[in-house]
Design a protein around this ligand. Structure first.
Ligand code: KIV
Length: 291
């Protein structure tokens, strides 16, 4: 699958009228995939062009992640990212998808400081993200987030939760470390995940947690689709940061990342190889990519 392009003064963008043969990704479709045992694929994107290419490569979900703080802004964490930044990038992504009549489900991160204060603050921030074009918002943490998730879901905003390594709290966690390694921390993480499903979260990113823990949670949470990153292959789907999987970064990739660009001839081919590898179960390789 490839997208046709139209020349512009600053490079090439897909034309506005490219017809799509695929059905839009929706919550019912994600649940159908889950029930069939088909893995869900997600990549981050922050701009129109990469979003359109990811769509053409067959990626089901795009995460406009606050990792843009690191990969776009050069920050050392996601903490400095604001709601205004998130809305700007979400609008860019959804504009790109509209140009190609994209079918991809767009998840937008609620950044640090935009939902911690109260349920009212959370819904105001989520409204900004939904009006920027997101189909679902993502927020980090368990326990205290449960009532916020329920509040948003009851008001028609789909929510993706995020447990394990939660980058917005990197300073409290003492660094980018694997979470849920002890029996006690694994039990807390499991309790939080169950509470989040009960509150109506329909997706759950599990970042840097042991593969056995994320596989067990995936079995236990049939209505909340686990999306792993550094969490082994037993999850309902996988996510990677775009720049990492393309090998475009300033440092060394984390152990759980595979550089798909090395094996492919171009960006769309690398994304398509990622989709294929996740679907057929060859990525992640638990012998290399799990704890
Ligand atoms: O911001 C982001 O890109 C994320 C992923 C690492 C899951 O939250």
């Amino acid at each position: 699958m490839s997208i046709s392009t139209a020349a512009t003064p600053y490079g090439t963008l897909p034309p506005a009228s490219t017809p799509s043969a695929r059905k839009p990704v929706s919550l019912p479709r994600l649940q159908e995939m889950r029930d069939r045992g088909e893995k869900i694929t997600m990549l981050t994107a922050y701009d129109a062009t990469f979003a359109a290419v990811a769509d053409a490569a067959g990626v089901e979900c795009i995460l406009v992640g606050d990792s843009l703080g690191m990969v776009c802004q050069g920050q050392s964490s996601t903490v400095a990212v604001t709601l205004e930044h998130m809305a700007y990038h979400t609008k860019s992504v959804t504009r790109g998808l509209r140009r190609v009549q994209g079918t991809t489900w767009v998840v937008g991160d609620l950044p640090f400081g935009s939902y911690q204060e109260s349920k009212e603050q959370a819904i105001r921030s989520a409204t900004v993200m939904m009006q920027a074009g997101a189909h679902m918002v993502k927020l980090e943490g368990g326990g205290w987030t449960t009532e916020i998730v329920q509040f948003l879901v009851e008001r028609g905003i789909p929510v993706c939760a995020h447990l394990g390594l939660t980058p917005q709290t990197v300073h409290a966690l003492g660094g980018y470390r694997v979470q849920g390694k002890t029996d006690e921390s694994a039990a807390i993480l499991k309790r939080h995940a169950h509470e989040l499903q009960d509150a109506g979260a329909t997706m759950l990113v599990l970042e840097m947690v042991p593969a056995v823990l994320s596989a067990a949670l995936t079995q236990e949470l049939p209505r909340c689709h686990t999306i792993g990153i550094g969490a082994g292959k037993g999850t309902a789907g996988q996510v990677l940061v775009l720049h990492d999987m393309l090998g475009v970064n300033l440092g060394k990739n984390a152990k759980f990342v595979r550089n798909f660009m090395e094996e492919a001839g171009g960006v769309q081919a690398a994304m398509a190889a990622y989709v294929k590898a996740v679907k057929e179960g060859s990525f992640p390789d638990d012998a290399i990519h799990a704890w």
